[in-house]
Design a protein around this ligand. Structure first.
Ligand SMILES: C[S@@+](CC[C@H](N)C(=O)[O-])C[C@H]1O[C@@H](n2cnc3c(N)ncnc32)[C@H](O)[C@@H]1O
Length: 278
């Protein structure tokens, strides 16, 4: 299914609108940017249900939250009772925004991984265009070298997640039924993931992507319906440099700013903060 349709589902947008936390990395990045934020005209791209809005809106000079899913934007407008600062925009075509308009663009929680390499490059080109020279771009992206990646595909983990999700058990009998259904569901999901990824040896498939440095993977997130772009730290740095980004910092899932891949690979995502040179 096309990712936009998935994100635009009412159930999904409502779920995102309930989120209000920040990740460890985001807390650290805000701390590192604290002194500059009051001067920034900010674009919060892929804003989803406005998880980050409540934190950045009071801190920056001006704020626009954008998303290509109209239902996400509808949720943001409702949540913040503000129609003016939220717009339906696709990062791959930001013609609504003029060149050199923003000091800071955030694309949090891996929105940039929603499409393939070609579209990712289009998005980076657009981000570069609407950023002022020396403007900052911060985003997170799925990490192909995450030490726990293969676990997402293991039968045991899929089964346990299903049992945990349906934790509304009322009796021992119901519990056994849930376990039985989850068992068969997990088998089906396992087979489906193999078929969707066109590989009956997921470990080998992941190893191939690791060797390439990036690639798409259907990893059972978004109900196993979406292709997610995964990229290694080194390949991401190379891609950013190709587009003219410099002063690139990476933050691990624990909020540690580092180039140590052992630390970065502890997490399924890596946060990047970089500056454009035009
Ligand atoms: C995983 S959600 C994260 C939402 C929000 N940033 C958060 O942290 O809670 C990714 C968001 O990116 C948006 N997105 C994906 N591709 C996009 C695109 N091409 N243009 C604009 N938004 C996009 C999705 O609609 C979704 O709201």
């Amino acid at each position: 299914m096309e990712q936009k349709k998935i994100y635009n589902q009412k159930k999904i947008s409502k779920d995102y609108a309930q989120r209000d936390y920040l990740s460890e990395a985001e807390i650290q990045i805000i701390e590192d940017l604290k002194q500059f934020l009051p001067k920034f005209n900010m674009l919060d791209m892929g804003v989803g249900g406005g998880r980050t809005t409540g934190y950045f809106l009071p801190m920056v000079n001006s704020y626009i939250g954008a998303d290509y899913a109209p239902n996400m934007i509808a949720e943001c407008r409702k949540k913040y009772r503000n129609k003016k600062i939220f717009e339906v925009v696709d990062v791959r075509n930001m013609s609504k925004f003029s060149d050199n308009m923003f000091d800071f663009i955030l694309f949090s929680y891996n929105g940039i991984d929603s499409f393939d390499l070609k579209d990712r490059e289009t998005a980076l080109g657009e981000i570069k265009r609407v950023l002022k020279n020396e403007g900052l771009f911060c985003f997170s992206s799925h990490n192909i070298n995450w030490t726990g990646l293969y676990n997402l595909f293991k039968f045991k983990n899929i089964y346990e997640k299903l049992v945990f999700k349906s934790d509304q058990r009322k009796s021992k009998f119901l519990e056994s039924i849930v376990k039985l259904i989850s068992f068969f569901k997990a088998i089906l999901i396992n087979i489906k993931l193999d078929i969707q990824n066109k590989s009956f040896n997921i470990k080998f498939h992941i190893d191939q992507l690791k060797e390439a440095g990036y690639g798409n993977l259907i990893d059972n997130s978004l109900n196993g319906k979406a292709k997610i772009f995964y990229i290694s730290f080194k390949s991401q740095i190379r891609q950013l440099k190709k587009f003219g980004f410099k002063n690139i910092s990476a933050y691990s899932i624990n909020g540690i700013k580092t180039e140590d891949e052992n630390e970065l690979n502890k997490g399924g995502w890596i946060y990047y903060l970089c500056q454009i040179e035009k």
